[in-house]
Design a protein around this ligand. Structure first.
Ligand SMILES: Cc1ncc(C[n+]2csc(CCOP(=O)(O)OP(=O)(O)O)c2C)c(N)n1
Ligand SMILES: [Mg+2]
Length: 333
């Protein structure tokens, strides 16, 4: 089993280590870049949706969760899974559809799960995770197990009616859930301005029923601050929150590499997002505080790359599921 990230804090205030959060963002960044390099070899038979440029959202939100708190993710799943502490080796094996994968090779990139760290899975059905996460929060409330749930979804999912039903129900029952709208401003090739009439209506909800925030999703500390408030509120039993993290997807919707040739967004827009890189933004802050130097970063990168090398090596050598076993695991007893 690969190395598992522990939660940085356990639901009490303070104790956040920003350097450790930087390492997590860097790890997700370098992992995505490696997938991108390897994807062209066509050994990974799964579609992939890279989260390059969106690392601060996954890391900032999961930093305030305990290992027992739940995460429900979507098709752009890698960052959420790794930030929650999911096993990197098992994720890599899943990308190669191996028996050792986190979904035993049957799921691929869009269906990743790691119950050991309460990552309950991702769904390829846009918006599909929203009611599932709401249900987990309801279960926690009924059992009184003290767990909270964070649900990640995109602006495309926010176009769907299920979000209204879910948030309304969570408000009504004061469920311990954080809805994290990862607004990267596109649903495949459709810009948000062509799909939504204005800012999300949830920002106008009564504040005692729904805590809402819109933050710069490329600034780790801004995401963290909003997530912290939301988690504290959920733990106090005061109900749900809705955090919109405005960010940007650097690469094409699916697969590896740039999609500028499709012509649906200007090159300058992509460049502007890259100029506001979330990893570089945090690096600059930490450098100014004297906590990060180029050599510290280089050492982190080396260690991360070693871990990634090992994961890819193991994944490629692992067995595929046997054809006679393909009917296994379809139903849970
Ligand atoms: C119910 C449903 N409708 C449409 C699709 C096709 N589809 C896959 S991803 C996607 C875009 C989702 O956009 P968003 O929620 O903003 O997430 P992002 O890809 O930007 O991270 C669409 C329309 C789908 N998988 N499921
Ligand atoms: Mg989107």
């Amino acid at each position: 089993m690969g190395k598992v990230d522990e939660p940085v804090r356990t639901g009490t205030t303070g104790g956040l280590d920003h350097l450790e959060l930087f390492r997590r963002m860097l790890r997700i960044r370098r992992y995505q870049l490696r997938i991108e390099t390897e994807y062209h070899e066509d050994q990974m038979k799964t579609p992939v949706h890279l989260c390059l440029g969106q690392e601060a959202v996954a890391v900032g939100v999961t930093a305030v969760l305990t290992r027992e708190d739940y995460v429900v993710s979507n098709h752009r799943s890698h960052g959420h899974y790794l930030a929650k502490g999911g096993d990197l080796e098992a994720l890599t094996a899943e990308l190669f559809n191996r028996e050792t994968g986190c979904s035993k090779g049957r799921g691929g990139s869009m269906h990743v799960v790691d119950p050991k760290v309460s990552h309950l899975g991702s769904s390829s059905i846009v918006g599909g995770g929203i009611p599932i996460g709401t249900g987990h929060a309801l279960a926690s409330r009924m059992k009184g197990d003290g767990r909270i749930t964070a649900v990640f979804f995109g602006d495309g999912a926010a176009d769907e009616g299920v979000l209204y039903e879910s948030v309304n129900f969570a408000m009504l029952r004061r469920l311990p859930v954080i809805y994290v709208l990862e607004n990267n401003q596109y649903s495949v090739c459709s810009p948000i301005a062509r799909r939504q009439a204005g800012p999300s209506l949830f920002h106008q909800a009564p504040s005692d029923k729904l805590l809402t925030a819109q933050v710069d999703g490329n600034k780790l500390l801004d995401v963290l601050a909003a997530a912290e408030k939301a988690a504290d509120r959920a733990r106090r039993g005061e109900g749900p929150s809705f955090i919109e993290c405005v960010t940007y997807r650097w690469r094409g919707h699916a697969g590896a590499g740039s999609d500028v040739h499709l012509g649906y967004r200007p090159v300058e827009e992509i460049q502007c997002a890259i100029d506001h890189c979330p990893v570089a933004e945090l690096a600059q802050r930490l450098e100014a505080e004297g906590r990060l130097t180029p050599s510290i970063q280089a050492a982190m990168e080396q260690e991360i790359d070693r871990e990634i090398d090992q994961a890819f090596l193991l994944a490629k050598a692992a067995p595929l599921p046997r054809p006679e076993d393909l009917g296994l695991y379809l139903y849970k007893e």
